[in-house]
Design a protein around this ligand. Structure first.
Ligand code: HEM
Length: 488
């Protein structure tokens, strides 16, 4: 009897041992994985950033973990990041294709589609359209300023009182992207506005939560009626909402005279009637991707910025002095004014560094067998960039662990951008909304600081700068006190 028990245990041990995923030859090191689960127990799903830092201390800047049976390589620090994203750019420019998020997007759009002609064409189209902005008479700056007017009205109503800025900044960045995509803004209580915000928020929460992790790790549960189905329902609601808007554009547009990015896309479809890459369905997902990618990112950066400015009033005051000097006699700021505002530029960049808004970037994937830091990485391996590690890296910053605009100023007080500044990532997949985001951050912060003082309320206690973890990091909800500046 005892011999058969021992034999049975040995068999189980042997099977379990065989089921353990194995690292390929010369693959980046990492902790031993468990059968089936891989290394998911090594990471806190609520906030893995501390675990990643700990793993880096044990295994170096390039290491690996298993998500279920699938190996994933993590990259820390500017040196390895540049080697992967810039030196070996194309090798690392893919996106994984077997994740929950790929099934949500049905392999369309731009953010999650793999390296190849569809991604290249859509990326080029988006960059060209947004750069030249051949969309009617109103420039990108006009569209941003239009929305700032509404933000100012919200603030004016709260003068002398406190307000919660979360929705205010969310609405502003959402409406700016709406202006770019659809040539229109929406009232804050419009169904399109409330429903898109609701759907995007729920999708982000599910995608970043344990159910998406289980979906990615155990393909056999994908058809089951589990909570991740809610994600698919939200995607359908969004698709339906966008369909209405796109059909409206089709009826009202004048071909050849596009007024927004959607109409540019419809013109592009006219120019290439037989090209399957440019289609109605693709337009729907493409618009959803730009909308999603351009909303929480910008609004969470603004929220972090004002949280710091209220708690570092001397920095806020120095920005205001520079703004007053440069804008004297002008009605409004334009993006070119940044060249005369080194301090403001340094503050905005420092805000982006500490906000660290997209901490793990968007997952990449290798497009061929390649090398990194002397390790061999096979084609199809998921790659996770730890941008947090770069923004806090010792040796790259004068003050890596404090909020200090001096990180972006040289001894002459001129603005300088260190190599390790990469909130938009680097290489061929880097954020394609960078130009728009930088313009928004500059125009919004400068315009609001010119007119208002932002004060940390006396009864708010000590500020908590620890962010809430998610696809994007956001500050904990806070209130701000607003006062009209005496010089405004
Ligand atoms: C402060 C604001 C923003 C930050 C910090 C940010 C950051 C990022 C990061 C880290 C990535 C991943 C890059 C990579 O995979 O290597 C990304 C991708 C992307 N972002 Fe942004 N982003 C911001 C604003 C925007 C805006 C306003 C738009 C809309 C126009 C946008 C559209 C995109 C798109 C479409 C991609 C995917 C690019 C591709 O796969 O080729 N982002 N962004």
């Amino acid at each position: 009897m005892s011999v058969s028990v021992i034999l049975l245990l040995l068999c189980i041990f042997f099977i379990v041992f065989q089921l353990r995923p194995k690292r390929p030859k010369n693959f980046p090191p990492g902790p031993a994985p468990l059968p089936i689960l891989g290394n998911i127990l090594h990471l806190s799903l609520r906030n893995p950033l501390k675990d990643l830092e700990r793993l880096k201390k044990s295994y170096g800047n390039v290491y690996s973990l298993f998500f279920g049976p699938n190996p994933v390589v993590f990259i820390h620090g500017v040196k390895a990041m540049k080697e992967a994203m810039v030196t070996r750019a194309t090798d690392f420019a893919g996106r994984p294709q077997d994740l929950f998020i790929n099934d949500l997007a049905k392999r369309k759009g731009v953010v999650m589609i793999d390296h190849g002609p569809n991604w290249r064409e859509h990326r080029r189209f988006a960059l060209m359209t947004m750069r030249n902005f051949g969309m009617g008479k109103r420039s990108m700056e006009d569209r941003i300023h239009d929305e700032i007017e509404y933000t100012m009205k919200t603030l004016e109503k709260s003068i002398g009182k406190t307000l919660s800025p979360q929705m205010m900044f969310h609405h502003a960045s959402s409406n700016i992207i709406n202006q770019v995509l659809y040539g229109t803004r929406f009232e804050y209580d419009d169904t399109f506005m409330t429903e898109t915000i609701r759907c995007f928020t729920e999708i982000a929460k599910i995608t970043n939560g344990p159910w998406a992790m289980l979906y990615d790790t155990f393909p056999f549960i994908r058809k089951l009626p589990l909570p991740f189905r809610k994600g698919f329902e939200n995607v359908e609601t969004l698709r339906f909402l966008l369909l209405g808007l796109l059909n409206e554009h089709k009826k009202t547009r004048v071909p050849g005279e596009p007024q927004d990015l959607v109409e540019c896309y419809l013109d592009e479809m006219d120019k290439r009637p037989d090209d399957p890459l440019f289609s109605d369905e693709q337009l729907n997902r493409f618009a959803a991707d730009l909308h999603f990618a351009g909303t929480d990112t910008t609004s969470n950066t603004l929220l972090t910025g004002f949280l710091y400015l209220m708690n570092y009033p001397h920095i806020q005051e120095r920005c205001q002095q520079e703004i007053d000097k440069v804008l004297e006699g002008k009605d409004r700021a334009c993006f070119d004014d940044r060249h005369n505002m080194p301090y403001m530029q340094a503050v905005i960049h420092e805000v982006q560094r500490v906000s660290n808004t997209v901490p793990l970037s968007v997952f990449h994937c290798t497009t061929k067998d390649t090398q990194l830091a002397g390790y061999s990485i096979p084609k199809g391996t998921t790659i996770i960039q730890n941008l947090t590690s770069v923004h806090n890296e010792e040796g790259q910053w004068k003050y890596p662990h404090e909020f200090n605009p001096e990180n972006f100023l040289n001894d002459q007080g001129e603005f300088v951008k260190p190599d390790a500044f990469m909130p938009f990532s680097a290489g061929p997949r880097m954020c394609l909304g960078e130009g728009l985001a930088r313009m928004e951050l500059f125009l919004i912060m400068v315009t609001l600081l010119r007119k208002f003082d932002f004060i940390w309320p006396e009864d708010a206690g000590k500020p908590d700068f620890t962010p809430v973890y998610g696809i994007t990091l956001s500050p904990r909800p806070y209130r701000m006190k607003v006062q009209l500046r005496s010089s405004a």
